[in-house]
Design a protein around this ligand. Structure first.
Ligand code: SF4
Length: 219
């Protein structure tokens, strides 16, 4: 490991410690707190409201922390906020968000309010570009803390950016892994296509429908 890599790792470990992790056995093996309360998520949300840890802070309007049932069984994780979400400070608010809501309510038959929705990064990347690795490195500890506090049984990774950064499996394509049920700590992770992709490629809705039936069978 080079000196730069060591310093980067040390920086990440300090971030994890600042967020309350006592130890990390493996990135995909979290030790979620036993007691989960909305207060703890709210505290984290307040901490993040003025976050300046990466360059995305300069161009965002609002930090999009995430929302939903703090004790949700099911959690959806997308890539990052777009323009509508940046304006509203809420995740999945635009056309892709409307489609996600339809998928949750019409296929899974649960209310959007009963699931938890977050993103890999909490501030909008300029022109909706894919978040840079250093931006994800800075923001991901917050997401891991969020997952630990919600402690869902099932996580749906929406799109390749979410899948890659959650699992670290950068060599696998979303087309190959979508619909598979994977271990993610104590939870199950199911990758599928991002709703924005479905808006551009409506024919892929059939695959997402099948993936959601699999998710439904796990609920
Ligand atoms: S993207 Fe995450 S790490 Fe970067 S400024 Fe926003 S909240 Fe902070």
């Amino acid at each position: 490991m080079t000196q730069t890599e060591k310093l980067h790792l040390l920086h990440q470990l300090y971030q994890y410690r600042a967020l309350g992790f006592d130890y990390i056995k493996h990135e995909r093996k979290l030790a979620p707190p036993k007691v989960v309360s909305d207060d703890s998520l709210q505290t984290l949300s307040k901490t993040l409201a003025s976050c300046q840890l990466c360059a995305l802070a300069k161009c965002r309007k609002k930090v999009v922390f995430g929302e939903g049932n703090p004790n949700a069984t099911l959690m959806f994780i997308g890539e990052g906020p777009g323009a509508s979400e940046d304006e509203a400070g809420r995740p999945f608010m635009g056309r892709a968000g409307q489609l996600l809501t339809k998928i949750i309510e019409n296929v899974l038959h649960v209310s959007r309010n009963d699931v938890y929705i977050a993103n890999i990064v909490k501030c909008r990347p300029p022109k909706n570009r894919v978040p840079l690795p250093e931006e994800v490195d800075a923001c991901k500890p917050f997401l891991l803390q969020q997952i630990a506090r919600v402690n869902p049984r099932i996580i749906v990774a929406l799109g390749s950016t979410s899948y890659h950064h959650l699992t670290g499996e950068f060599d696998s394509k979303i087309t190959q892994v979508r619909g598979q049920v994977m271990d993610f700590g104590d939870a199950k992770l199911v990758p599928t296509y991002h709703p924005s992709f479905l808006l551009r490629n409506p024919s892929a809705k059939k695959e997402v429908y099948l993936d959601m039936l699999k998710v439904k069978s796990l609920l």
